[in-house]
Ligand binder design. Structure first.
Ligand code: ADP
Ligand code: MG
Length: 375
């Protein structure tokens, strides 16, 4: 039986669940790094935990691995409470940003190490290491030592070392952050493939929204130790739960315009009014309590310089034209503030031009200015 099938059969149930996890480093009275965190990765799912540096991602992963003890809450793996179980008995394999390979061992021995400790027969160790090495394209490197490898090769070895263990759960802590952009893309696809073929429940931590979008079955957005939103990549992109999530996903970032939500001119329902624009909110059902200061969010691809029926216009001037090849980014100044427009390379607009920019009404996001929550 090949590695992937064996994994599937051996670990039918390996859901990871965190319930009410808190972590205070300086005792229960110290500042919370994580506060009352609930989190589930379903059996076989790849969940990406994403958020800015310092928000508690590694701490969460280390608590799942058993390398860190939570101040409060429980950890379940495959339905079993493992909160007090030592790391070695949790059947988890972790891949770190720093690779953490043994420098004095060959690639083969690095990958075989955990299996030797488990006292597996030599033939099976060789089988598993060779299968993983083949699948990761490193079978010609098995005799080398880590210092004779490039960063990308080292990370492949680190992933291979996790794969051969055939664990219940894979944990990845920013495994690609030390690699250059091209290699990051290659390795990202490699990890996606390893996950797909093995079907092992995986939790992947990153600060990179593109890694999160491309890899995840489900994304958990973390900020200051608190969950902001849980959803599929497209749910999070299309309906960000608050302004932070809206600004975190998407490059270039979403544009934000401050406005006031009020009864429109002529008493015709609600509209968002800001300097130089009035956006009718007719297609939206908004609670009467939403009236007041708001932030209108609109992605750069939802703005255009071509007049569109039903769209709302805004006068602006081009501050900067950035050519990316297939597309062009226009950075505009307007009475409502700075705006970025993503458009095609054919656009005639040049720096200094006065233009009219059009906002598609259905493509706007609305947030309460104070709570920053989606309206
Ligand atoms: P992330 O992985 O999201 O960048 P971490 O989980 O590593 O964040 O850290 C979250 C917060 O906890 C940070 O403010 C960090 O300084 C703090 N922290 C992490 N480890 C310790 C520790 N051993 N003692 C005290 N504070 C820590
Ligand atoms: Mg970290």
């Amino acid at each position: 039986m090949d590695v992937a099938r064996r994994l599937l059969c051996a670990h039918a149930m390996s859901e990871v669940r965190l319930v009410g996890i808190s972590k205070h480093y300086d005792g229960p009275r110290g500042k919370a790094v994580i506060e009352a965190l609930d989190l589930t990765a379903d059996n076989g799912e790849l969940v990406v935990l994403v958020g800015p540096s310092g928000c508690g991602k590694s701490t969460t992963l280390r608590i799942i691995a058993g390398l860190e003890e939570p101040t409060a809450g429980r950890v379940y793996i495959g339905g079993r409470d493992v909160t007090m179980t030592p790391p070695a008995q949790r059947d988890i394999a972790m891949v770190f940003q720093s690779y953490a390979l043994y420098p004095h061992m060959t690639v083969f021995e690095n990958m075989a190490f955990a299996l030797r400790i488990r006292k597996l027969p030599q033939a099976e160790i060789t089988d598993r290491v060779q299968a993983a090495a083949r699948s990761l394209g490193i079978e010609n490197l098995l005799d080398r030592r880590p210092k004779q490898l490039s960063g990308g090769q080292r990370q492949r070895v680190a992933i291979g070392r996790a794969v051969v263990r055939e664990p219940k759960v894979f944990l990845f802590d920013e495994p690609l952050s030390n690699l250059d952009a091209k290699l990051r893309g290659d390795m990202r696809r490699e990890i996606a493939r390893v996950h797909k073929e093995s079907g092992v429940t995986s939790m992947y931590v990153t600060h990179d929204q593109i890694e999160a979008m491309t890899l995840a079955d489900r994304i958990v957005v973390l900020r200051d130790g608190a969950v902001q939103q849980v959803g599929t990549p497209m749910e999070i992109y299309d309906r960000p739960a608050n302004r932070f999530v809206a600004g975190f996903f998407g490059t270039p970032a979403m544009n934000f315009l401050t406005a006031e939500l009020a009864i429109g001119h002529g008493g015709t329902g609600l509209s968002a009014r800001g300097p130089g624009f009035e956006l009718p909110m007719t297609e939206r059902t908004l609670a009467p309590s939403s009236v007041g200061d708001v932030v209108v969010g609109i992605r750069p691809e939802a703005l255009t310089l071509d007049a569109r029926p039903g769209a709302v216009s805004l006068a602006a001037s081009v501050a900067l034209r950035e050519v990316l090849g297939a597309e062009v980014l226009l950075h505009l100044d307007s009475a409502a503030g700075e705006l970025t427009v993503r458009t095609d390379a054919q656009t005639p607009a040049r720096a200094g031009d006065h233009v009219t920019v059009w906002l598609a009404r259905g493509a706007t996001h609305l947030f309460d200015a104070r709570s920053e929550l989606r309206l």
